[in-house]
Write a protein that binds this ligand. Structure first.
Ligand code: ATP
Ligand code: MG
Length: 922
């Protein structure tokens, strides 16, 4: 018989008594092991936490017959301890004699795999402190999470008591995780974790968005011990109800049946006892609820008539749940020896107590009866977990490579506990997906996991500096969003899939494969390589027309400093950035102008935009009204002019100033550039020239990113690579939308000699930006530009020039370094921002800048790494709230100790930027 009800209220979890069960059981459950997880024939998983490291270790509980196993296969963090012998009396069940504690990590999670989605599960976590840590702590408190949602705060104040909490939940995926979260009030620990599958039809108020947390469960008429498995096949714990002065216990030896559509399946041993009020027509219970009082409560009352009623007898009563009359004031009559339940379908609050009242109707000859009662608070599963395919993939990847880190629970959610080395994005429905995975230097072995194929939104995958073997899988080319793939310095072998090479060639994927000795790019080179392991740099030109490029110019050049490895440069076709943007129309042809034309364009050189080392720059506009800047060069600079003209004509990127044309007309040499209406970055940063509108923090970050992209293109997008050699804020120009572009390639010099990783040349550049190593050794590499870019970044942060002139001159790197070492980034950041910036972000950008400006070029990141460091976090906007203080202190410490290390992109967090790719919203 199905009886529905509504009502309210509940109470706090009750401590389980440590009394040996008087019922001796000869029952033992057959255990099976699936994927490292033990389950018996009933699907129970029963973990004795801290019970040894042996994954096979188990014992059978003497009273329950339940097979308890070590928790080791379900978690890879924490320490195991025995409780103190003082508390380990013979009456304490074995599962409470050991604990697993978690002194490190903010969140530590148990993971149950191969669960059945849509099935319900009862999960019970138990805690007996027993002075396991010999600290005699008077109180320990920590939080428990079920997946991504808060379950309960566990407060342990009695060292000898078992505290437990139980939830009934519906699995939404095949993974269930239970996490212990350190809330700063003690070290989380756990004694036992039990999981029991429940039929879908049980506990109907439980669904994917609502779980129940047990507040109390009483077998009302019971005398003696609590009931659990095997008396209750679902292994619920039914405690005896002791406060019975106003109640009389009653029972039957006959069996109470469960009806076919029973939603609760209360066991017969619970149902065959009950209470009735003494000399009263009203049965009233007030069950204490969780202190705090914000929770919503549900109740389930279990009834069965235990005595055959005589003809003139009747038992009929009204049910009040949490003060609310159940079922539209219809009365209730229990069935004889058949269990039925009245339960709430709507929750009610119960700040201190949950009230249950059963009031006999006026016709009733017998008082109300109550066999059992359960009260629950609701766990609203409001936090949306990450996309299950992504989660499964990451769990599989974690398993494949035995990644430890903090890789537990949901990879992205809650943000504060997101996995290290991942970035995530959240869609409109609140579902997180992984956009970046950094497993560089992760000591990974084996093949590239096919699970990466399930990371549908991944943009950035760094597997460099591992020991990965096998071939490079083609599926990587079919990850739709992948823009950066770093497989460098592994032990990969075989042919690089042509699909990947094509993506790399057309510029849609930055691909790094250097440092893999046995990788080949076509069958011929594979064969050749096997005979003679030579090579080293494979460069795909940005100048050769696309058709020719598709023939794949594979050049192998010895890189003496780095040994044998390949390096794939991204090819970018010339027309790539032309779409929908008028400035790119310039790129179609580089026009040759006559001097007369230039005179006309500039209205007889009427407006000077500025003067530089090589000449004067004039404003002009073409017939089609496109605005231009005409840089007139003295004849003596013809060498620089020719260099620049050549370079500019073949370099196209949205963050590089485009050359529209040039002039060689007798004595007259000139370059015609796209006009950048907002002038130089330098002007915008200096108080004397910028006016009263300083660049905002967000604008600065965007400019940094855009400039870094321009430089990265020079370094990696062209054959031969271009080193700018004069990176400075005066050479970063801004257009009307304040988009940044790198200008001035007059000092650039290409790698002419493929056998060398650096070029010796005369020192050039601007004081303050000059790479110190380059000045001393006169050896030029891309890292010289990285140094100068570091100085530019510092200027963006501070608004100060590269050399500060106070009582004495000090270089900006030293100036910033000294202040940050004192732990105060506020001392460094440009005062004109008036505090309108994110302190944590400022730390991180400063950190990137100082890394770029390291003395030793080897320790500086590449421009690609800088771009990733800036872009990934700026674009993906993740984890800002993640232990900001900790980050800050760590950085301070590192700076104090001079231990600057190459920071991964995942350590930069700047929430002020919210766009994805382009410099749109300003
Ligand atoms: P250096 O000669 O050392 O590079 P510089 O960068 O200051 O020094 P130029 O590149 O000749 O010298 O530029 C001189 C000035 O002309 C710049 O400061 C800028 O104000 C202006 N200018 C240069 N190019 C453009 C352009 N494309 N659009 C608008 N203004 C420009
Ligand atoms: Mg310049």
């Amino acid at each position: 018989m199905k009886k529905l009800a509504m009502g309210r209220r509940c109470f706090s979890s009750r401590n389980m008594a440590i009394i040996p069960c008087s019922i001796l059981l000869s029952f033992s459950v057959v255990a099976v092991q699936v994927g490292g997880q033990f389950s018996d024939g009933l699907g129970f998983i029963s973990l004795d936490c801290g019970y040894g490291l042996d994954a096979q270790a188990y014992y059978v509980g003497p009273l329950s017959g339940i097979r308890y196993v070590s928790d080791a296969p379900y978690i890879d963090s924490g320490e195991t301890h025995n409780i103190s012998s003082v508390y380990a009396s013979v009456t304490v069940p074995q599962r409470f004699l050991t604990v697993r504690s978690f002194p490190s990590g903010a969140r530590n999670c148990y993971t149950f795999k191969s669960m059945t989605p849509r099935l319900k599960y009862l999960i019970r976590a138990s805690f007996l402190y027993g002075n396991y840590d010999s600290k005699n702590s008077p109180s320990v408190q920590f939080d428990l999470h079920l997946g991504v949602n808060f379950w309960k705060t566990i407060t342990v104040t009695n060292r000898s008591k078992v505290y437990y909490t139980e939830t009934i939940m519906e699995a939404t995926t095949d993974l269930i995780s239970v996490c212990l979260v350190n809330n700063g009030r003690g070290t989380p620990f756990i004694s036992s974790l039990e999981l029991r599958p429940l039929n879908r039809t049980l506990y109907p108020v439980v669904n994917s968005s609502r779980s129940l947390i047990l507040s109390s469960r009483f077998d009302m008429g019971r005398i003696g011990d609590y009931v659990r498995f095997p008396s209750d096949p679902h292994d619920r714990i039914w405690n005896p109800f002791d406060e019975t002065t106003s109640l009389t216990k009653t029972s039957t030896n006959l069996t109470v049946e469960n009806p076919v559509d029973d939603h609760f399946e209360a066991p017969h041993v619970v149902m065959n006892t009950a209470v009735v009020p003494v000399n009263s027509t009203k049965l009233e219970l007030n069950l204490a609820t969780e202190p705090g009082g914000l929770d919503e409560y549900y109740a389930v009352l279990h009834f069965s008539e235990l005595k055959p009623l005589l003809q003139n007898e009747s038992r009929q009563f009204f049910v009040y749940l949490g003060g609310t009359l159940w079922n539209d004031a219809k009365s209730f009559t229990p069935d004889y020896l058949s269990s039925s339940a009245v339960y709430s379908t709507n929750p009610t609050s119960a700040p201190t107590h949950y009230n249950i009242s059963l009031v006999a109707t006026s016709d009733s000859t017998l008082p109300p009866i109550l066999n059992a009662a359960e009260v629950f608070s609701a766990m609203q599963n409001t936090i949306v977990p990450s996309d299950s395919r992504n989660v499964d993939a990451m769990v599989a990847i974690k398993g494949t490579y035995a990644v430890k880190r903090n890789w537990m629970g949901d990879p992205c959610v809650p943000k504060a506990y997101a996995w290290d080395g991942l970035n995530c994005t959240v869609d409109a429905a609140g579902v997180s997906r992984i956009t970046a995975v950094n497993l560089s230097h992760g000591a990974l072995t084996g093949e590239i996991s096919t699970s990466f194929a399930n990371l549908s939104e991944i943009q950035y995958l760094d597997l460099s500096y591992n020991k990965l073997t096998g071939s490079i899988p083609a599926f990587l080319a079919y990850l739709p969003s992948l823009k950066y793939l770093d497989l460098a310095n592994n032990e990969l072998s075989g042919l690089v899939p042509s699909s990947l090479l094509t993506k790399s060639q057309n510029g849609s994927l930055a691909l790094r494969i250097e440092g893999n000795r046995n990788v080949c790019f076509n069958a011929t080179s594979c064969g050749a390589k096997r005979k003679k392991p030579a090579p080293t740099i494979i460069v795909i030109s940005c100048v050769v027309p696309v058709v020719l490029l598709l023939m794949l110019v594979v050049l192998c050049i010895l890189r003496k400093q780095q040994g044998n490895h390949f390096f794939v440069h991204i090819q970018r076709s010339r027309g790539r950035h032309m779409r929908g943007s008028k400035e790119y129309a310039f790129q179609i042809d580089n026009r040759r102008f006559t001097y007369t034309e230039l005179k006309k364009i500039t209205k007889n050189f009427g407006r000077v935009l500025g003067k530089g080392g090589f000449g004067t720059v004039y404003y002009g506009h073409l017939d089609n009204s496109i605005k231009v800047a005409v840089k007139m060069l003295p004849h003596t600079s013809s060498e620089e002019f020719v260099t620049e003209a050549q370079h500019l004509s073949r370099v196209h990127h949205r963050n590089l100033v485009s050359m529209i044309g040039y002039c060689i007309d007798g004595e007259h040499l000139a370059l015609v550039y796209e006009y950048m209406s907002q002038g130089t970055l330098k002007e915008h940063l200096r108080a004397e020239s910028r006016g009263d509108r300083p660049l905002s923090w967000e604008q600065r970050l965007r400019i940094a990113l855009e400039a870094s992209q321009g430089l990265e293109y020079l370094h990696t997008g062209c054959k031969p690579p271009l080193i700018h050699r004069d990176v400075k804020t005066a050479n970063i120009l801004l257009n009307e939308r304040l988009e940044a572009k790198i200008s001035d390639f007059g000092l650039s010099k290409a790698f002419e000699d493929d056998d060398h990783s650096h070029v010796s040349t005369k020192v050039a550049g601007t004081p303050g930006y000059l790479d110190p190593e380059y000045s001393v050794k006169n050896q030029l590499s891309e890292k010289s530009d990285v140094y100068s870019f570091g100085v530019v970044l510092l200027e963006l942060i501070t608004g100060q020039p590269p050399i500060l002139i106070g009582s004495e001159k000090i270089h900006i790197v030293e100036w910033v370094y000294e202040r940050l070492a004192k732990g105060n980034v506020e001392d460094v950041v440009d005062k004109s921002l008036q505090g309108e910036y994110d302190v944590n972000c400022a730390w991180k950008i400063a950190y990137v800048a100082l890394n770029c400006a390291m003395q030793s070029s080897a320790k500086r990141p590449t421009m690609t790494e800088v771009v990733m460091q800036l872009k990934e976090r700026l674009a993906l906007q993740s984890n800002l709230d993640k232990t900001q203080l900790e980050d800050r202190n760590t950085q301070k410490l590192l700076i104090e100790h001079g231990e600057m290390y190459q920071m991964s992109s995942f350590e930069i967090e700047c929430a002020t930027i919210s766009d994805k790719d382009g410099p749109s919203a300003r």
